[in-house]
Design a protein around this ligand. Structure first.
Ligand code: DC
Length: 228
């Protein structure tokens, strides 16, 4: 038996932070699928493979060893790449890497294996629609593009990365476009997902809302099994 909480949403919607907190609260394993695509992009950069060399990128996605540790660390072929996958260099190519159909199919296979038989929270762009369409809980986190850019801009400043707010806003808009127009795994709202707009909420308020959705699902499940 496994219990899967699936969360999708655009860049800057707060998925990563919320998933981490929910994982701790309910003792779920946390699978950040964006980190997995970032690993492929990082390996391509390290091996000086460019975006036109599709076959080589597909080979990487077939052979790569990715581990998402409980403490949040990301290991790529046994090496800790937790901070390297978050650099601007990786961010600027990851969307294109994740658009390659075969790369996605290999990552989806890995994602399903990682969650098999486990209680997990998985976040990304296509979890509620493609990876786990039958997840126990399905949530779409959203926020206005300006608010998402504001959050990313703040993060960049904290990391000492010099980008103007306008540049961040433009790059978020570009990523939204790419995320919504993939051959498979495009970002969209699943019919049966609950949409949570985080624009005017703090992280803790969003965690409370998501917790409520999870607890309602658990209660309903208990109720149904009593009736059977
Ligand atoms: O969530 P993130 O910014 O770390 O994601 C990195 C990239 O990977 C982003 O361009 C969207 C893409 N992605 C995807 O296509 N499918 C997923 N399930 C997760 C991320």
């Amino acid at each position: 038996m496994s219990f899967i909480v699936a969360i999708d949403g655009p860049a800057g919607s707060g998925k990563g932070t919320v998933a981490k907190k929910i994982a701790q609260k309910y003792n779920l394993i946390n699978i950040d699928t964006g980190a997995m695509y970032r690993c492929i992009a990082l390996k391509a950069l390290d091996e000086k493979i460019n975006l036109e060399e599709k076959e080589k990128l597909i080979d990487i996605s077939k052979q790569v060893k990715i581990e998402l540790k409980e403490n949040g660390k990301v290991l790529l072929d046994d090496i800790d790449v937790t901070s390297r996958i978050r650099t601007q260099e990786v961010s600027s190519i990851v969307s294109q890497v994740s658009s390659i159909k075969e790369v996605r199919l290999n990552m989806v296979k890995l994602q399903r294996e990682m969650a098999e038989g486990k209680n997990a929270i998985m976040e990304g762009r296509d979890i509620t629609t493609y990876v786990f369409p039958n997840a126990n809980v399905k949530i779409y986190l959203d926020a206005s593009v300006e608010e998402r850019a504001k959050r990313r801009y703040k993060e960049m400043q904290e990391k000492g990365i010099s980008m103007t707010y306008e540049e961040v806003l433009e790059s978020i808009k570009q990523r939204d476009e790419n995320d919504k127009h993939k051959e498979i795994g495009s970002l969209m709202i699943a019919e049966d997902a609950t949409v949570v707009d985080t624009t005017n909420y703090t992280i803790d308020e969003v965690v409370d809302k998501v917790s409520q959705i999870i607890e309602n699902t658990i209660e309903t499940k208990k109720g149904n099994s009593k009736c059977e």
